[in-house]
Each structure stands twice: as C-alpha cells, then as structure tokens.
Ligand binder design. Structure first.
Ligand code: THU
Length: 128
C-alpha cells in the first residue's frame, strides 16, 4: 500500500540533515515481508560525502537483514516530483531490481513508475 510508504517517507524526511542545500528528502522501502525501512538525506560540509535519502534507506534495510524489496517511495518538497539521482538509481537497481518507485511531494501529488523506466540498460552483475 503506497500511502503508508509515502507517509513513512514524509516522516523520515523530517530528520533530513540538509543545512547546506536546505533540500530535504525522505525515502521509504518496503521489503518482501512488509517491513518498511526509511532514510533521509545526510549532508556533509565537504558536500561530496553527502548521502541521499534513498541510499540511506537501502543500506539501513540491508544492514537489518532485508534482501528483497517490492516498493520504494521518495518524498521532497518540489512541484515537479523529485526522482532518485543517478547514483541512487544504480544502488536501487543492484538491490531492488525493477522495483516500483513512488514519487510524492508535500501537496499530495504522486506518481508510480518502475526503476527500469528511470534507469534503462543498467550495468549490473549480469555483465560480470
Ligand atoms: N537528494 C536526495 O536525498 N535524494 C535524491 O534523490 C536527490 C537529492 C539530496 C542530496 C542532497 O542532500 C540534496 O538532496 C540536494 O541535492
């Protein structure tokens, strides 16, 4: 149910540490047991060490033992819905495959698409 997932991402977004960009992002990932794992962006004064909300959510989930994922929600305060950045698309592809991605904003706008649409012809372990 994506409404719960969006809500979880909205709550996680409140914890964003984004003093440099002021751009707060929340993410939530549902695993195959129905458990929800959340993340927010965490910035760094060096800028380059900033980690996006999506990657924090994936790594938290993995570190808790989750391995299969069915849906990912990403929430930001933008009129045009914010999609995962390129680095996050690569990480999401590695661990979630062609998962459902739910984009939402604070005004209730949302859209669901598949990662394969956002990230076609991905490089992954099948090439190795
Ligand atoms: N950011 C995310 O957390 N996820 C995205 O998909 C896009 C960008 C963060 C990184 C940085 O803290 C801020 O948004 C501005 O780029």
């Amino acid at each position: 149910m994506s409404a719960w997932l969006i809500d979880a991402a909205l709550v996680a977004r409140e914890n964003a540490y984004a003093p440099f960009s002021k751009f707060k992002v929340g993410a939530a990932i549902e695993d195959d047991t129905g458990r929800i794992h959340t993340g927010c962006n965490v910035e760094n004064a060096t800028y380059g060490l900033t980690v996006c909300a999506e990657r924090i959510a994936v790594f938290k989930a993995l570190s808790e033992g989750a391995r299969k994922f069915v849906r990912v929600a990403v929430v930001a305060d933008t009129e045009t819905l914010t999609p995962p950045c390129g680095a996050c698309r690569q990480i999401l592809w590695e661990f979630c495959g062609d998962v459902e991605i739910v984009l939402a904003n604070l005004s209730g706008k949302c859209e669901t698409l598949r990662l394969g649409t956002l990230f076609p012809r991905a490089f992954d372990a099948s090439f190795l």
